[in-house]
Write a protein that binds this ligand. Structure first.
Ligand SMILES: Cc1cc2nc3c(=O)[nH]c(=O)nc-3n(C[C@H](O)[C@H](O)[C@H](O)COP(=O)(O)OP(=O)(O)OC[C@H]3O[C@@H](n4cnc5c(N)ncnc54)[C@H](O)[C@@H]3O)c2cc1C
Length: 375
């Protein structure tokens, strides 16, 4: 929920793939269908007590899932090269023919660029102007604690997800700092609509990322170390004030969590597309290169479906769903950028058959009286 309508089919397919991953890989990804609630609590921007619950939605554990998938790929014959930067691509007759890496050249018929927030930079050296900006985001993790929600929940101020270890992962929603970088300025016409539409939820800030942005080369030779070797990990400091506010709001809604230790907080970079919808498409003017990026903060959930569709495009197979909303275009003509508003009316084809999707009327804390679905 709260996503672009065009993303729903990919989300639904991904959910079904998540469900099967344990059987397919023989490994635990931490996935469970625990439901997600989008709620509005007093003081939040939305109406006081309305909420939406998708009972069949799920959650998984990134720390388990990433290694489970990497190991399963290796078992199936894939070779994982860790700490090995890809510097660029080689072409033959205008088509991708090899990938140039820090450990040598790998001949191939095609490649998938799934480089997250590094994708725009990688594309720049290929002469492809990929619409994407980097946005810093932060989360915190609590120690195991009873008394909080048993399903993932978001409201106008925070998002909270129960973890397999009994603690919670928490982030801030509703007032998210977006760093004013040179790259954002350069792409201001692309992002203006999204910034204006989400103006109540965004605070544009200036920090050190502007200087780092200026220092990063946009062109480099692929036979020597490039920007991916200089800056291997994007792990900015967490936004402590933002997280402190989120934690304060969480404790206000779930007083039982008061006094629970926050054991870790960390920052990351989100690869944001102008309309919040990822790109999964063959690169313009470069046959053999498929780009899968711009997940705009939804890429963990969408990962299984997005990965399968990227592979299908790369191999010329029929795709899981209609790929049109995910095409690369200067301005997308689908309704990709339309996000669900409140209350949410979910298109009939976006509801998994048999799923229980309710519009809920809520009292705090989470004493739900369901109002049978209007969705
Ligand atoms: C704080 C935070 C919270 C989030 N919460 C959620 C959430 O609740 N739900 C959700 O669905 N999503 C969430 N996300 C978003 C999610 O993590 C991303 O959408 C997802 O990781 C994107 O996957 P990806 O494979 O496209 O890119 P990434 O996960 O960024 O992976 C790209 C990989 O490519 C590698 N790479 C890049 N360039 C090169 C190169 N030249 N050579 C070799 N390797 C390269 C990088 O090292 C990296 O390992 C969150 C993100 C952040 C930062």
């Amino acid at each position: 929920m709260g996503r672009a309508v065009a993303e729903y089919p990919l989300g639904i397919e991904s959910l079904m793939l998540w469900q099967d991953l344990k059987t397919r890989t023989g490994r635990d990804t931490g996935f469970r269908r625990s439901g997600i609630v989008y709620a509005a609590f007093p003081g939040a921007r939305l109406a006081d007590t309305d909420g939406l619950m998708t009972a069949d939605d799920g959650r998984a554990e990134p720390s388990l899932a990433a290694s489970a998938l990497a190991e399963a790929a290796r078992d199936a014959g894939a070779v994982n090269l860790n700490n090995c930067a890809v510097r660029g691509l080689e072409t033959k007759a205008g088509r991708v023919s090899a990938v140039g890496t820090a450990q040598g050249v790998i001949r191939c018929d095609g490649a998938i660029l799934a480089a997250g927030a590094w994708s725009r930079l990688f594309c720049a050296n290929l002469g492809i102007d990929l619409p994407q900006v980097r946005v810093r985001s932060s989360v915190l993790r609590t120690a195991p604690a009873p008394g909080g929600p048993d399903m993932a929940l978001g409201n106008g101020r925070f998002g909270i997800r129960p973890r397999a270890d009994g603690g919670y992962t928490i982030t801030r929603r509703g007032r998210v700092p977006v760093q004013l970088t040179c790259d954002l300025l350069l792409q201001s016409s692309r992002f203006a609509r999204g910034l204006v539409r989400n103006r109540r939820e965004i605070a544009v800030t200036v920090d050190g990322s502007r200087m780092q942005d200026l220092r990063t080369p946009r062109r480099w030779q692929t036979d020597r170390p490039g920007p991916f070797e200089q800056d291997r990990v994007l792990d900015p400091d967490p936004q402590r004030r933002t997280l402190a506010r989120a934690w304060r709001d969480v404790v206000r809604v779930f007083p039982a969590l008061s006094g629970v230790p926050v054991v870790e907080s960390w920052g990351g970079i989100i690869d944001v597309a102008p309309d919040g919808v990822p790109v999964i498409d063959e690169a313009p003017g470069l046959p053999g290169l498929v780009i899968a990026t711009g997940f705009s903060g939804h890429g963990f959930g969408l990962g299984p479906g997005a990965g399968q569709m990227a592979a299908e495009i790369a191999t010329g197979a029929a795709t899981l769903i209609d790929p049109a909303p995910f095409r690369i275009a200067p301005v997308r003509t689908t309704q990709a950028g339309r996000t669900t508003s409140w209350p949410v009316h979910v298109p009939a084809n976006a509801v998994t058959p048999g799923a229980e999707n309710f519009l809920y009327r809520a009292t705090i804390p989470l004493n739900w009286t369901p109002v049978r679905s209007a969705v």
